[in-house]
Structure formats: C-alpha cells, structure tokens
Design a protein around this ligand. Structure first.
Ligand code: F6P
Length: 323
C-alpha cells in the first residue's frame, strides 16, 4: 500500500474533516501517500486529486463541512463517467480508496470496486444515522444537538404564546434525528417514517396534552408518510380551531456547525482504522462503531440493510406523555 485516495461524498456531515485529518495523518505515519479527491466522485471524473500533507489537515478537526468538498454526481452513475474515474485512479497509481459518506456513496464505491480491482473501505458519514452496521454515523450527534438547541428555543416562544409547533427535521427516510430529538427535548409528539401516521390520534394527543397548558411541540421527520410539518399542520387544523398552530422547517442548519466531541472522536477513530484495514488487505468493508469498539461489516450489508431507530424509544416517549 503506497498511495491511497480519500474522498467525502453525498451530503456533508460535521466530523468529516476530523475523519479526513485522521486518514491523512495515519497514512503519513505509515509512509503512505494520501491523495485527496475534491468533490467526491465528480472530482474523480474531473481529475481533481492532490497529494495531501500534514499542513493540509492542520486545524481542521473542529470545522464543520468538508475541506475536500462533496457532490452528488449524476455523471458517475453512467458507465462512461465511471470509466473516466477509473482511468484517473490508475493514472494516480492508487492502491486503495477510502470513501466517507452515506448509502449513495457506498453504492457508487461498490460499483467502482466491481469495475476496477481496487480495495475500498467505507466510512459512514451522514447526519441521518441510517446506515446499518454502526451505532453512530459521523455527523448524527452534532445534527441532533443542533436540532435540540433549536427546539429548546422554539419551546420558549411556543409556551409564551400558548402555541402548538410542528417542527420538521431532516433524516431523509429515517426517523433517527426526529425520535432522538423528541426524547432529548421532551417533545410531546413525534412523527417518523417507521410508524404510520394517524391524524385522528395526533389531534387527540394534541388536545390531551394541551389541557390547561396550551403549548406543545410536535416533531415531524421530513420522510414521514403524513407529509412535512406544513402538511401535517394543514391536516390537523380543521379539527383544532381553538389552537394557535405554527410550523417551522429547520433545514440545512442541521448539517453545519462545529462537530461535537463525540463526532470528532468517532470520526478520528474510524478514519485511522480505515487506513489500517487497507494495510491489512481488507476490501469492500465498512467501518462501524459498536459501543466502545470499532467493527466492520461488508459495504453491501451497510447499503442493503437499512437501519431504523428502535421503536422502544417511541414507546418511552408515549409513556412520558401520559397525563
Ligand atoms: O442525507 C443528508 C440530508 O441532509 C438528508 O437529511 C436530506 O434529506 C438531504 O440530505 C438533503 O439533501 P440536499 O442537501 O441535497 O438538499
């Protein structure tokens, strides 16, 4: 293993920089040349790689986003696009590739692996936490904290004005951010894709927990089957004429900001481990963190076995809501 390429891809996630730093420093420590590729697979097609040094990763551990940039590349999904990427990796004499991203990134990397004989290690980096094979994906903890901070602020105004707020959070088709944020913020209701939404019971819930209090927080996962926060508000409105309802979509604020200590730590551990796995001759595996330990599963499994939050957390929320 003399030269490894690394890239971040898909939606950026806080902690990706900490991971890039760990990959680069570990590689240099073992006398391997790390080659960073800008803007994910698109940058690979456009031949935008560069040899990285210690200076490139100085003071980036605390920064959100990714210094390597990221993209969702349509061209890479074509055979023609992938051919260009493969030619470039061959030109750079790359012996192994580390990709940091979500399931879209892993699917792209797997295809590349099939078409080119190169060892690939995946590191789960997405705020959605929807990757099988790991307790945490890089970025989830920071996004969760951002969401909880925003909800705390909205609760101040909700309770002052006696309003019911529907707050939409990200997560694509998984309810991790919504459910964990609901628990951490003491939200009264949460709607997640993993459970069918019943508007009648939601109306009932809002009535029940507003007896004498008249303010509450309903967190809506963007992928919920009942729709986003605005749609849910419109659906319940005719049944709750006595309530003052508002909605708020938190949006991309959830993807930015300095990574939390937990995200920095898991990103650092995963990044360094990925280099060592390549050195051991491993390929097509994804790094995961289980409790205190680092582990691996096949990238294929990481993609196919979609992760879902444990529904016992939802039961707990319901228990706490009982008046
Ligand atoms: O996968 C991360 C994520 O932030 C999802 O939660 C969200 O659905 C999506 O990316 C938004 O993507 P974009 O930034 O391309 O609009």
């Amino acid at each position: 293993m003399k030269r490894i390429a690394l890239m971040t891809s898909g939606g950026d996630a806080p902690g990706m920089n900490a991971c890039v730093r760990a990959i680069v420093k570990t590689a240099l420590h073992y006398d391997i040349i790390p080659v960073g590729i800008y803007d994910g697979f698109q940058g690979m097609i456009e031949k935008r790689g560069f040899e990285m040094t210690y200076q490139d990763v100085d003071n980036i551990i605390y920064r959100g986003g990714t210094i390597l940039g990221t993209a969702r590349s349509a061209e890479f999904r074509t055979l023609e696009g992938r051919k260009k990427a493969i030619e470039y990796l061959q030109e750079l004499k790359i012996d192994g590739l580390i990709v940091v991203g979500g399931d879209g990134t892993f699917s792209g990397a797997t295809e590349l692996g099939h078409e080119m004989n190169i060892p690939i290690i995946g590191i789960p980096g997405t705020i959605d936490n929807d990757i099988f094979g790991t307790d945490h994906t890089i970025g989830f903890d920071t996004a969760l904290n951002t969401v909880v901070e925003a909800i705390d602020k909205i609760r101040d105004t909700a309770s002052s004005h006696h309003r019911v707020f529907f707050i939409e959070v990200m997560g694509r088709d998984a309810g991790f951010i919504a459910l964990y944020a609901a628990l951490a913020s003491g939200a009264e209701s949460v709607l997640i894709p993993e459970e069918l939404t019943n508007i009648e019971s939601l109306v009932q819930e809002i009535r029940t927990h507003n007896t004498g209090r008249r303010s509450s927080i309903v967190i809506v996962a963007e992928g919920d089957d009942g729709g986003g926060a605005k749609e849910i508000l419109d659906k319940v409105k005719p049944f709750l004429p006595e309530f003052d309802l508002r909605h708020s979509v938190l949006g991309h604020i959830q993807r930015g900001g300095n990574p939390s200590a937990l995200d920095r730590i898991i990103a650092t551990r995963m990044g360094s481990y990925a280099v060592e796995l390549l050195m051991k001759g491993e390929s097509n595996v994804m790094v995961g963190v289980y409790g205190e330990n680092l582990n691996t599963c096949s990238i294929d499994q990481g993609i196919k076995e979609h992760a879902s939050p444990e529904l016992s957390k939802l039961e707990l929320l319901k228990k706490l809501r009982t008046q």
